[in-house]
Write a protein that binds this ligand. Structure first.
Ligand SMILES: [Zn+2]
Length: 307
């Protein structure tokens, strides 16, 4: 890697289930909002989008098939993305949505958090998502974790809760907080997506590496969301807009990546084998210059944060 300056702060926006699909009207990512378009040098997000390769800005598709037949799944895809090790190959198949048994030891020793933490100050890694009481009750009753919550638990990265949301130190999984109020009857601040973006940027400033996961995109791709793809993408667009308001490309680094395609082909409910979008915007973006697959993201980020 060339002599790259390490970013002071990294925000990793993980968006489940979006791929770079055909440039057709049915593909919701043909109509991304202005902030997402800016991340692709003012283009829509399809397989025809020209890659961006600038000093402080990369946009490209990454292979999510991991050279394994079948449709990519969240368990092995996310484990591969967040460890840099091909967990689909290890499992012998794509597996999900929860981590495959063969992925758990990989994450225990090689997750992004595990790899960077020894080189950073305590509390420098943050997982920005907040979880409601029912999540913690269910985990106590049944030891079943998603990839991101397992990575956090294994590395002692705190899982945030209602009090963090009320203090503005976390984001809800739906960005705006309405699901907590309407489905869980828990009073938390209701945010516009842009406010949520500003809040996430403030949180990012308090840690070296902040991860936020959004999965309504995958639910919508499966036809299981109450929100339309257009609403979801406009929320994500405004979230990024809020992040970028105070963002310093000279100091900060924004990463955006998915684990497999889905939402870009609304006519089929299962996942797709399309490449997934990858954005690196800001300080150190060129560290990902040779990334071609999901497994290339975490090693490059670890090198950037620990060298
Ligand atoms: Zn899915």
């Amino acid at each position: 890697m060339p002599n790259l300056r390490s970013p002071e702060r990294v925000l990793f926006l993980f968006v489940d289930g979006i791929g770079l699909g055909p440039d057709e009207p049915s593909n919701p990512l043909v109509n991304v909002g202005p902030h997402w378009a800016r991340l692709a040098q003012n283009a829509s997000w399809t397989c025809d989008t020209p890659p961006v390769d600038r000093a402080n800005h990369l946009f490209r598709g990454l292979d999510a098939t991991l050279h394994v037949d079948g449709l990519p799944q969240s368990g092995t895809g996310q484990a591969s993305l967040f460890s840099g090790i091909n967990c689909a190959k290890r499992a012998g198949r794509h597996f999900g949505p929860f981590p495959h048994s063969s992925s758990k030891p990989v994450l225990a020793s090689h997750s992004l958090f595990q790899r960077v933490q020894p080189h950073l100050a305590p509390d420098d890694c943050a997982f920005a998502n907040a979880y409601p009481p029912v999540f913690f009750e269910r985990r106590a009753a049944r030891d079943r974790w998603t990839v991101t919550t397992l990575c956090s638990k294994q590395a002692n990265v705190r899982l945030r809760s209602t009090s963090d949301l009320r203090a503005g130190h976390a984001l809800s999984a739906d960005i705006v907080g309405s699901a907590w109020l309407e489905k869980l009857n828990i009073a938390i601040p209701q945010l516009s997506p842009a406010q949520a973006g500003r809040q996430l940027y403030t949180l990012m400033q308090q840690h070296r590496l902040t991860l936020y996961e959004y999965y309504e995109t995958d639910k919508a791709g499966h036809g299981r969301s109450t929100l339309s793809p257009a609403t979801i993408l406009s929320r994500l667009d405004a979230l990024v807009g809020g992040i970028l308001e105070s963002f310093s490309p000279q100091r900060d680094l924004l990463l955006l990546c998915s684990d497999h395609g889905n939402l870009e082909v609304p006519t089929q409910k299962p996942h797709t084998r399309n490449p997934v979008p990858f954005v690196a915007y800001g300080c150190g973006a060129q560290a990902f210059q040779s990334a071609t697959s999901l497994i290339d993201v975490t090693p490059a980020l670890c090198t950037l944060l620990t060298s």
